[in-house]
Ligand binder design. Sequence first.
Ligand code: NAI
Length: 252
Amino acid sequence: MRLEQKQAIVTGGAGGIGRATAKALAAEGAAVAVVDLDGAAAEAVAAEIRDAGFTAIAIQADVSSEPDIERIVATTVAELGGVNVVFNNAGIIRRTTAVETSVEEWDRVFGVNVRSIFLMCKHVVPVMAAAGGGSIVNTGSGWGLKGGGQAISYCASKGAVVNMTRALAIDHGPQGIRVNSVNPGDVNTGMLRDEASQLGQDADAFLAEAADRPLRRMGEPREIASAVVWLASDESSYVTGSALVVDGGGIA
Ligand code: NAI
């Protein structure tokens, strides 16, 4: 058990990568707060974790909202006894070019993908620092390192996640807080199907294309979860500010 005595917040915890990671963190001994916009789905994941004999609570929240972030941190401290691991993972994608993107859509993507991480760190870092430190992992993307087509707001937001991670690592390393990004390639979750639908493409053909990389398949959520568990645990105690790529090769 690599995460005994730890309390973890997982945002987007009802989605593909978030659910797999919440379960993996719990299986290593962490008590987990599963946070999602979809409260019923978050509760289902928390119940799944409890049924397996581990500890979890569910919190319905919009991570782009400061009052919601303050409530997430306060509830986790009150119910789980503290916070020393945070997986800032909630995210959305809009498959549009600059010309096709409205200002409202741009702001929403940045609200969910970027402002959320700023807000979480603003409110959780003092709690972690007072308790002697912790580990924060932010979900970037291969497209945050390299770029991609028809996803201008997403690519910009994930680039911001990667560099914000480095800035946070510099500021809060002296307080014992490590901050890293995990950068997946295509992973088999609802997001990929949503992308196919936004682009008006057949989902099966879109998923087959995602296998076009050296390892000849897309990633599974548990493969991202393994990387997050390592970054959350003391096994990565000298790693901070890094952008870990988990993409089957070749994207970034
Ligand atoms: P997903 O769509 O399965 O999960 C995303 C979760 O975030 C959903 O449960 C959704 O309800 C939640 N969410 C959305 N907006 C929210 C908000 N405002 N507040 C709270 N929760 C909110 O997608 P997936 O694939 O699990 O995505 C997780 C992260 O991984 C995202 O940041 C995504 O950008 C990133 N990623 C995913 C890749 C993929 O191929 N699936 C590739 C690279 C990065």
